[in-house]
Design a protein around this ligand. Structure first.
Ligand code: NA7
Length: 544
């Protein structure tokens, strides 16, 4: 493993003018650097974290684990590299993902072009020179022709939420800023705020370790019980043998997995449907959600049947009916929010040291010196864990001061209307490319590695196209952007997703526009649109 991690020496860089500046060295950033370097371009990735990994560096909280199958959540750019890595279990935990990303950085010798502990603070486009001016948090200034944001979809955590946070005398952590030092739980009274996919992983992991656990839940979640067997050598051999097949397949399914919808619900008899539901449920993956029938996300009646099914499965595992009444959602349909996978999450509430506190009924008023006060009582705590989520898709970019043509900032633009062209570029911001930005599947509704690699490939091909044709800049027209927004809205509004408040729609952030952040026309269909734009010589984009 390379010594150039957060504690190691940083490679000295004297260059201040680049072909491409990459923001972030997570899954997208590493692959983007690999592709650009292989193409002979002068690229450098700036990473705010003390190590590479992005999501898998920051979210090192207890129980952090991927909800995509490990062997699908990976890179596909080299069969040789693929052959030399094997996953230990079906849904691997954060440390293994971190090791995998180090393995990639080592194998591809990416370290010399990654600068850790460095946040990109500002970007300003100089129209006459067709260059971006980049300001880093140490005050250093750079110039570059292209900027690719690989800053992440869920990387701007919501941390300052309650009055009095600074007063708390105990330990306070946000899951996405989890410290690298060991945190102990034994003998402690711990409060967890938030029951999204993250809170669920934390709760099920620490429930047996702590003295007392108070779970502050605002919205209950439908969950699927994870089936996470260890992989055997035979499994790993099979993954290697299936390399080409899997690599092609993930790009053509609805959500970038190896599984896909099985066909129309209406074409089957009730017993056939039930059989599929049971079979997919037993699979213990997100296939029950995005690998059964599309109607689950489109048709109220079908959704109601799935909702009943999941409620029954959940209820069977919760001992106390009054707890079940709070833990099982009633106000929205299954799958209209991100569905977390879990192991023993529901059973955690059967324990005597775990209490579910309904903060929809009695909201949190403030954090106190001793703990937390809701409208009805104060809870004494030694540790408070915020699993309160993120300003998704937009936050990573609006927290950077980005000034495009004419000094317009991205923050201003998106405060009026969150819009992009294919989630890849933004009108008014030439030569700025985005991964995991709004209105692409990579803004949530996708196995992230699939969608990020596809976007990085498109961006790289586009940059190379410009270079080969001796052109300086590319930017979508206002009309192209509008066309994409309309297409996105049309699809979004045909689904049930827009009926339920969640971070998918930005409703977890006060004042954020209510718009489905992710494109849900399907990963395969999206890829086709991107490929068509490329094949057309970038119709709808101004190349100068
Ligand atoms: P999520 O899914 O946004 O969950 C955040 C949780 O925190 C959720 O239960 C929120 O309740 C709760 N929350 C947020 N703000 C507050 C306030 N002010 N008061 C009370 N409760 C609050 O984030 P995660 O990190 O769990 O997961 C994000 C994604 O990462 C996940 O979907 C996967 O794709 C991976 P709410 O539901 O808003 O009522």
């Amino acid at each position: 493993m390379s010594t150039q991690n957060g504690n190691g020496a940083q490679p000295v860089h004297t260059v201040t003018d680049y072909d491409v500046v990459i923001i972030g060295a997570g899954i997208a950033g590493l692959y983007q650097l690999y592709r650009l370097r292989k193409s002979g371009l002068r690229a450098r990735a700036f990473e705010a974290g003390g190590d590479i990994g992005g999501t898998w560096f920051w979210n090192r909280y207890p129980g952090a684990r991927v909800d995509s199958q490990s062997h699908i959540y990976q890179y596909w750019f080299s069969q040789e590299i693929h052959r030399d890595w094997g996953w230990s279990e079906r849904f691997c935990a954060q440390p293994e993902l971190e090791r995998y990303l180090h393995f990639i950085a080592d194998r591809c010798q990416l370290w010399p072009d990654i600068q850790l502990n460095t946040r990109v603070c500002a970007l300003r486009y100089e129209e006459s020179a067709r260059r971006w001016h980049v300001t880093l948090d140490d005050g250093e200034q750079l110039t570059t022709r292209f900027v690719v944001s690989c800053a992440g979809m869920l990387s701007a955590p919501l941390t300052d939420l309650f009055p009095g946070q600074g007063r708390f005398r105990g330990e306070l952590y946000h899951t996405a800023r989890w410290p690298q030092h060991a945190v102990t739980f034994s003998g402690k009274r711990v409060g967890v705020i938030g029951t999204g996919a993250t809170g669920i992983q934390v709760i099920q992991t620490i429930a047996p370790l702590v003295e007392e656990l108070k779970v502050f839940q605002r919205t209950p979640q439908y969950t699927i019980q994870m089936n996470n067997p260890p992989f055997t050598d035979a499994d790993r051999r099979a993954h290697r043998e299936q390399y080409w097949e899997l690599k092609a397949r993930v790009h053509s399914t609805f959500a970038g997995f190896d599984y896909d919808f099985l066909g129309s619900y209406h074409a089957l008899s009730p017993s056939q449907r039930r059989e599929i539901m049971e079979e997919r449920w037993r699979d213990g993956s997100l296939a029950f959600w995005v690998g059964t029938f599309p109607e689950v996300l489109l048709d109220e009646q079908v959704n109601a049947e799935f909702t009943r099914f999941v409620r029954d499965k959940m209820r069977a595992r919760i001992e106390r009916p009054e707890v079940a009444a709070k833990l099982i959602p009633t106000s929205y349909g299954f799958g209209t929010r991100r569905v977390p996978l879990e192991t023993h999450y529901l059973e955690a509430f059967n324990r005597n040291n775990v209490e579910l506190v309904d903060i929809a009924q009695a909201p949190i008023q403030e954090i106190t010196e001793r703990g937390l006060r809701t409208t009805t009582r104060e809870y004494d705590l030694d540790m408070l864990i915020f699993a309160t989520g993120f300003d998704a898709a937009t936050g990573a970019l609006t927290r950077i001061d980005i000034q495009g043509r004419g000094g317009v900032t991205l923050k201003e633009k998106w405060s009026r209307d969150i819009r992009t062209a294919l989630g890849l570029q933004i009108h008014g911001f030439p030569n700025l490319f985005t991964t995991a930005a709004p209105l692409a599947p990579s803004a949530a509704f996708c196995n992230m590695t699939t969608c990020l690699q596809q976007q990085v490939d498109w961006i790289t091909d586009t940059i190379l196209f410009l270079c080969e044709h001796h052109r300086q800049a590319i930017e979508p027209t206002a009309e192209k952007e509008q066309q994409w927004v309309e297409h996105h809205e049309q699809i979004a509004n045909s689904t049930l997703l827009v009926k339920t408040d969640s971070w998918y729609l930005g409703t977890n952030v006060a004042g954020k526009q209510r718009r489905l952040l992710s494109y849900v026309g399907g990963v395969g269909a999206y890829r086709q649109v991107c490929d068509e734009v490329k094949a057309s010589g970038y119709q709808g984009f101004v190349i100068s």
